[in-house]
Design a protein around this ligand. Structure first.
Ligand code: SAM
Length: 262
């Protein structure tokens, strides 16, 4: 084992658009000896590392087999124990459905110094990029973030059904069940709904309907991973914000291109 003490940065890479990376995250990447990254990280973010930095993939492949969490945590610890500066790079924010808390606990237990670098979570980035304000005066004054898939069993649908703005992650493959469960728990079938696929990426897509129709609309559009569901009256604001919902994020980098032209 090296005498040099390693250090771990638990870093949020943001929801997709590489321009949403924080300056602090970019600095950590530029210092890293090892980067252990998830699948949902833009290649331009990974290109910020120094030549010779070791890149280790630890991501989940769209619902398929993934590198086990324990294995990833052991790798992070092992790299740090070699005296390296390790960036554990996660999509969105490490502490929002990112298992960053588990990795932080393991680092505490192993006595390895570390820091968390927050990232723009997809729960914030994707709706903004799709032209959906999560709260809006007179429309919604609260927002609930939840996962539709829990290892311990079904979410508390009765609780979630009562949320003002409701944002559900990880609905993959069970959107119909999710919508049925929410309606059975009392949420209005006519509640406005949006599925956002690949929010903030150039290939972002948005499907809008109601709680009753969103599953079949998303299926017809072949909405895939990563995607999230937004429910509530705020979804209707999107129609009043066409400039936002049509703007691909990278267009900000090309000021000479006229907006509205393809
Ligand atoms: C394991 S969670 C990780 C969330 C991440 N830590 C965050 O803060 O965004 C993965 C889920 O986040 C959602 N997600 C991540 N990136 C997304 C994006 N760009 N657009 C839409 N949903 C996204 C999807 O629901 C996906 O199944």
């Amino acid at each position: 084992m090296s005498a040099r003490r390693g250090f771990v940065y638990l870093v949020g890479a943001g929801p997709g658009d590489p321009e949403l990376l924080t300056i602090k995250a970019a600095r950590a990447l530029a210092q890293a000896d090892t980067v252990i990254h998830d699948r949902l990280v833009h290649p331009r973010v990974l290109s910020l590392v120094r030549p010779g930095t070791r890149l280790i993939f630890a991501g989940k492949e769209g619902g398929g087999p993934s590198v086990a969490q324990d294995e990833t945590t052991s790798e992070v610890i092992a790299q740090a124990q070699l005296g390296r500066v390790v960036v554990r790079l996660k999509g969105g924010d490490p502490f929002v459905f990112g298992r960053g808390g588990e990795e932080a606990l393991a680092l505490e237990a192993a006595g390895i110094p570390y820091q968390v670098v927050p990232g723009v979570s997809s729960v914030i980035g994707a709706p903004a990029s799709a032209g959906i304000p999560l709260t809006h005066r007179g429309v919604s004054s609260s927002v609930t973030f939840a996962t539709a898939s829990r290892a311990e069993g079904e979410p508390d649908w009765a609780h979630l059904a009562g949320a003002e703005t409701l944002l559900l992650l990880m609905t993959g493959g069970r959107l119909e069940h999710v919508a049925d469960a929410l309606m059975a728990a009392g949420r209005d079938a006519a509640d406005p709904a949006a599925m956002i696929e690949a929010g903030t990426w150039r290939h972002q897509r948005v499907v809008v309907g109601t709680l009753a129709t969103i599953a079949s609309l998303a299926q017809a559009a072949e909405i895939g991973s990563p995607s999230l569901l937004v429910l509530g009256q705020v979804v209707t604001l999107r129609a009043q914000l066409p400039s936002l919902s049509q703007l691909a994020s990278d267009e900000w980098l090309q000021p000479t291109r006229a907006r509205g032209k393809s």
